[in-house]
Structures are given as structure tokens and as C-alpha cells.
Design a protein around this ligand. Structure first.
Ligand SMILES: *Cc1c(COP(=O)(O)O)cnc(C)c1O
Length: 464
């Protein structure tokens, strides 16, 4: 074998690569800059390999294949489709709630010109909130409603509009951090308010709030614990008592519900922890409630503000509202999703609800079918079986709620479950499972209606 230096010189130039018909053909479909950059990357990789010694100099045909693969990887859209087989329904990393068919169609309609802020009958300028306010009023019993970009923005806007420069009283047991650096104390500080903590981590009483109220107080804030639970010797003040206290002192009581359930799941789930509905919190006396559009509601990323008309108006008219406004695509999806909740049967078909409510027997059946279909195609790669698992709702919603589920378990012959999981993620659509005990589990509860697609995608790894 020749010395590394002379072998490096045998690598073709960028121009020589470009002259190869297969590479030249790439220029018809892709930007020249991308093809040239891919050639550089491929040649650079070969230079490194050849300098290490050992490998033979590739011929132009082999290089052309590498270049085509590099261009394909570079030109592939990064925000591509995924199949969620993780067992976490509201998976923030995979876009939280998958939208209903109706919501997807609404997004497609709104993608063009649409009657966003125009009254079609008069031609006058209208309000974008008009598309969702009547629905939210009907579904929650609140006087008024508004939506912004996400719930973090809803909380920030509510605090800024109602309490800037004054004090906000909150229980120490509710100073929650949500994933992605949303922390209640920091949001309150960002809103220009002073946080007044009352009670203790595990127990807060009405008298704690009572003592903290002064003429500097702007509101009482009640925050859903969302992603954690305090068990054992613990107590929080019920919303009805907190609202009564606030109203007696002429103060508004604001509730950050986080998830914001619109359909009562407790009967179906035999849940130990009751998830309050937005409607319940309003009925209990909360003056303003904030909630996410893409958690338990199962809609697009959005933040809902529902409550007293004067408070909603204060939020809507605040200059910050413009900076955090909801975009038309999300608004369209939100309207369509909310419409589904006017009827129990259609609410249960919102994908997030359907996945939560799906009977475990059906999921087992789907897992067995998928395993059966995959055993052949994956024979050379992994042993395929089915296992009972536990799925979860995720997204900081009902953390204590376990959902019985079933998964296809892939036990790789080479024992490398990380590598197998990586190969699944590299597919298109990307398949995300979870690794457990040396196996890759594909949980069928979160795959939902994509079981056939999952089978088709996973069968592809055998071809590589
Ligand atoms: C999730 C959550 C938020 C943040 O909502 P986003 O829609 O993710 O911005 C705020 N407060 C609570 C209590 C939450 O659970």
C-alpha cells in the first residue's frame, strides 16, 4: 500500500466530482452551493480516513454515491414527521398535541387569505379573538376570553396587565417550574410584580394569605402544581375559599391552570387526582384563568385567558398583548379544536383525548399486530415481542396518572439498543421509542392512528 500522502493525492478534485453524471444530475434538483458543500464534506471525510491509513482510495462511483447521500441528508427538511412511540402522549420534544383532522383542515384554510380580523358582513376591521371568544365562553361559563401565543405568555400578560408594580400573593407549594425554564417566580418578576410567598412547601392555609394582604396587593395567584405532587401531610386552599377571600378584600383571584382540562376524564381513568376543568375553576370563583392550548385541550400551541370581562379587557388592551398575540394558523386550529368540545362524543375524538381514553385491550391488539408484521422484516436485527407497559399523559399534566399500555419490544441481536433507537430516529417519519432494559419499546398508546405507518417505517431499517 502506498503512503497516506500519495493516496490523498489520488482523491479527485471538487470539479472532477461535479463532472460525474450522477453528481451533475443533483444540480437539477438542489442548490449548487449545497452540492458543492456536500462534495467538500465527503472529500474531507475521505481525507481523514486515508490519513489514518488502511482504507483504499474510493473510486469516483463510490464518491458519487456518498455525495448523493450527503446532499439528501442536507436537503432533507429538518422539521420532519415523527411517530411518537415513547408512551408520553403530550411529548414536548415531539410537538405536544397532534391536531385533529378538523384542526388540520382549519390550518390549511387559514394558510391563505382568511377572514382573520375583518367582519365579513360589514367589511369593517374586527378582532381575531372573535373566532374563539364565543366558544370559550360557552365551554367555560366565563364572561370573556382571549388567546395568546402560549400559556407562559398568558401568565406574563395577566400579571403585567393586572399587577405591574404591585404585589402578587402565592403559596410556597405552588412556585412551580415547568420544563423549558418557565418558573412562576421569574415570570412574576418579568411582569414587574413583587412576589409575596405564603405558607410552606407542603401546607398553606387561608390565614397565610389573609395575613399577607395589604394595600400593595394586586391579586392572589393560584397555580396548578402541574408536573409534581405533594403527598402526605399537605394542604392547599381550595379555589372557592381563596376566591371568597380575594373578593372580600376587593382583589381579583387569578388561576394558572396550566393544562386546562375541558373534558372530565376522572370517571374514565379512575383517577385518584381530580384534574379540575377550566369551567370548575371559573365556577369556584376564579376571576381570570390561564391555560395551555396544547396540553389536555389537545389543540395548537396557545395560551387561553378566560374570566371576568373587565380583566380580560385589561389584558387584551395592554401593549404587551400585541407582542404575544396568537398567529392565524394556531387561531384556526384552536377554533376547530374548541368546536369539538361542544359535544362529548366529538371531544373524545380529539387525538389527545382518544389516546388517553383508548381501552388497553385495543392497544394490546394493535401491539400484537405490529409485532407480527415486524418479526419477518426485522429478523436479522432484533427479536420482536410484545410487553405490557405504562404510558403517561406528559406535558406536566396529571403526573401521577398511569395509563396501562402495550409496546412492541425490539431486543437487538447485537445488544446495542442505543444504536437501534438511533436507526429508528433516522427513519422518515422519524420513529421515537424508549429504551428500557436493553430493549427499544414502541408504545402503541401514543402511536394512536399511526400504527400502519409505524410498521411500514420500522420495516425499512432492515433494508439498510
Ligand atoms: C405548562 C404550564 C405553563 C406553560 O404553558 P405553555 O403553554 O407551555 O407556555 C404555565 N403554567 C403551568 C401551571 C403549566 O402547567
Amino acid at each position: 500500500m502506498t503512503a497516506p500522502q500519495s493516496r490523498l493525492r489520488q482523491l479527485p478534485s471538487v470539479d472532477a466530482c461535479l463532472a460525474h453524471p450522477a453528481v451533475a444530475a443533483l444540480l437539477a434538483a438542489h442548490p449548487r452551493s449545497s452540492v458543492v458543500e456536500s462534495i467538500r464534506v465527503v472529500l474531507e471525510a475521505w481525507r481523514a480516513t486515508l490519513s489514518d491509513g488502511g482504507a483504499a482510495v474510493p473510486d469516483l462511483e463510490a464518491l458519487a454515491r456518498d455525495i448523493a447521500a450527503a446532499v439528501a441528508a442536507r436537503e432533507r427538511r429538518t422539521l420532519r414527521r415523527a411517530i411518537n412511540a415513547t408512551g408520553v402522549i403530550l411529548h414536548t420534544g415531539l410537538g405536544r398535541a397532534p391536531l385533529s383532522e378538523a384542526a388540520r383542515q382549519a390550518v390549511a384554510v387559514a394558510a391563505g387569505y382568511c377572514v382573520l380580523e375583518t367582519e365579513a358582513d360589514t367589511g369593517r376591521r374586527g378582532e381575531r379573538a372573535a373566532h374563539i371568544e364565543p366558544l370559550l365562553r360557552e365551554l367555560t361559563g366565563a364572561e370573556a376570553a382571549f388567546a395568546v401565543n402560549n400559556n407562559a405568555a398568558a401568565v406574563l400578560l395577566a400579571m403585567r396587565a393586572l399587577a405591574e408594580g404591585r404585589e402578587v400573593i402565592i403559596s410556597r407549594g405552588q412556585l412551580v417550574e415547568i420544563g423549558g425554564a418557565f418558573r412562576i417566580p421569574e415570570v412574576i418578576a418579568q411582569a414587574g410584580c413583587r412576589l409575596v410567598e405564603v405558607g410552606t412547601t407542603n401546607r398553606t392555609h387561608l390565614k397565610d394569605y389573609e395575613r399577607a394582604i395589604s394595600d400593595r396587593t394586586a391579586c392572589l395567584l393560584w397555580c396548578h402544581q402541574s408536573n409534581f405532587r405533594v403527598v402526605g401531610f399537605s394542604a392547599e386552599v381550595p379555589m372557592a375559599d381563596l376566591a371568597a377571600l380575594a373578593h372580600g378584600r376587593g382583589l381579583p383571584c387569578v388561576a394558572d391552570l396550566g393544562s386546562g382540562a375541558f373534558l372530565d376524564l376522572s370517571a374514565a381513568l379512575h383517577a385518584e387526582v381530580h384534574e379540575p376543568l377550566v369551567r370548575d375553576i371559573i365556577a369556584a370563583g376564579a376571576d381570570l384563568v390561564t391555560a395551555s392550548g396544547d396540553k389536555l385541550l389537545g389543540g395548537p400551541q396557545a395560551g387561553l385567558l378566560v374570566g371576568r370581562a373587565d380583566l380580560v379587557r385589561q389584558c387584551r388592551r395592554h401593549p404587551l398583548a400585541r407582542a404575544v398575540r396568537i398567529d392565524k394558523l394556531c387561531l384556526a386550529a384552536l377554533e376547530a379544536t374548541l368546536r369539538a368540545y361542544r359535544d362529548d362524543a366529538t371531544a373524545r375524538q380529539v387525538p389527545v383525548m382518544a389516546m388517553i381514553l383508548r381501552p388497553v385491550e385495543e392497544i394490546e391488539e394493535a401491539a400484537r399486530r405490529a409485532a407480527e408484521a415486524l418479526r419477518g422484516p426485522l429478523a436479522a436485527i432484533a427479536e420482536v415481542s410484545v410487553v405490557a407497559t405504562v404510558a403517561e399523559i406528559g406535558g406536566g399534566s396529571l403526573p401521577a396518572q398511569q395509563l396501562p399500555s402495550w409496546a412492541v419490544a425490539l431486543t437487538p441481536h447485537d445488544g446495542d439498543s442505543d444504536a437501534l433507537a438511533a436507526r429508528l430516529r433516522a427513519l422518515d417519519p422519524a420513529v421515537f421509542g424508549r429504551i428500557e432494559g436493553g430493549r427499544v419499546l414502541l408504545d402503541l398508546r401514543t402511536v394512536g392512528t399511526q400504527a400502519a405507518e409505524l410498521q411500514e417505517a420500522v420495516a425499512q431499517i432492515s433494508l439498510r
